[in-house]
Design a protein around this ligand. Structure first.
Ligand SMILES: Nc1ncnc2c1ncn2[C@@H]1O[C@H](COP(=O)(O)OP(=O)(O)OP(=O)(O)O)[C@@H](O)[C@H]1O
Ligand SMILES: [Mg+2]
Length: 262
């Protein structure tokens, strides 16, 4: 446990240094993020939690290069992040699939920007990830024939298949029921263990963050700042009902909202 949000540059995939982001809204200027200094290590699963409006989605937009900082600097490796790039892929809360494409075609769509792959390699990769999320037998189905959880699993396969260096996930599971969600936590941990990659997940679900993250970064709101960083030293695969996980989640919750602490 601690507040170590900086690591040596060599092991960092993403570095944020003193990042401030302001928006000019209808009711004046809002500081969404203030003085954020944080590293995401290569191959790390970083979970970011905090109350609504603390700047979690803004953080992902900055990392994706969809928005620009007002102050401070973001780097991917040693390159400044200035625009979207194929090395970073964002998966949103309700990641829409194309209704006119079947499951396999939807996943293949994510691979269209991989000119270095042959058609056969794309097909192999799409099928590999569909199998990983347990939908190998559904490749011909259209999205409307699937449950919401299955659709979200297709979206997950579509995000993973291009094998981006960094995967940025914005509350990808919040629309799902508890059982489907836990199943996806299992899928994602398995995928993460098999194919170590750098993931930043933002969520307001603290148990989800502790279940998935190597570290959990807690943001405080108005303006969004790093309040505390928690190391999650629990073996994988983790289960939500593991008492050690529940204890750590309670610790994060009480840091977030001391009133909720027992
Ligand atoms: N494009 C924008 N224009 C103006 N203000 C914005 C814009 N995007 C975000 N904000 C403001 O920045 C702050 C942070 O918003 P953000 O969406 O990053 O929060 P969040 O932590 O993702 O919240 P939630 O948990 O509700 O998704 C809020 O005050 C929001 O109103
Ligand atoms: Mg958000």
């Amino acid at each position: 446990m601690g507040n170590r949000s900086e690591t040596s540059p060599a092991s960092a995939a993403l570095t944020l240094r003193n990042v401030t982001k302001r928006f000019d809204g209808a009711s004046g200027q809002v500081t969404a993020l203030e003085d954020i200094t944080l590293d995401v290590r290569e191959g790390e699963f970083l979970a970011v939690v905090g109350p609504s409006g603390c700047g979690k989605s803004t953080l992902l937009s900055l990392l994706a290069g969809l928005e620009h900082t007002n102050e401070g600097e973001i780097k991917l490796g040693d390159q400044p992040v200035e625009a979207p790039g194929r090395d970073r892929l964002v998966m949103f809360q309700q990641d829409a699939l194309f209704p006119w494409l079947n499951v396999l075609e939807n996943v293949l769509f994510g691979l269209r920007l991989k000119p270095d792959l042959t058609e056969a390699e794309r097909l192999e990769s799409a099928r590999y990830y569909l199998n990983l999320v347990g939908l190998g037998s559904k490749e011909k189905a259209r999205p409307h024939e699937l449950s919401g959880g299955m659709r979200q699993r297709v979206a997950l396969a579509r995000s993973l298949a291009p094998n981006p260096r960094v995967l940025l996930m914005d509350e990808p599971f919040s629309a799902l029921d508890a059982l489907t969600r836990e199943q996806l936590y299992g899928d994602l941990q398995e995928i993460f263990t098999k194919r170590k990659k750098t993931i930043v997940l933002v969520t307001h679900n603290i148990r989800e963050a502790v279940c998935l993250g190597d570290r959990v970064v807690l943001f405080s709101p108005n303006p969004g700042r790093v309040q505390q960083v928690f190391d999650v030293n629990l073996p994988r695969p983790r289960r939500l009902n593991d008492p050690a996980l529940a204890n750590l989640a309670a610790e994060v919750t009480s840091a977030l909202s001391p009133r909720l602490a027992r």
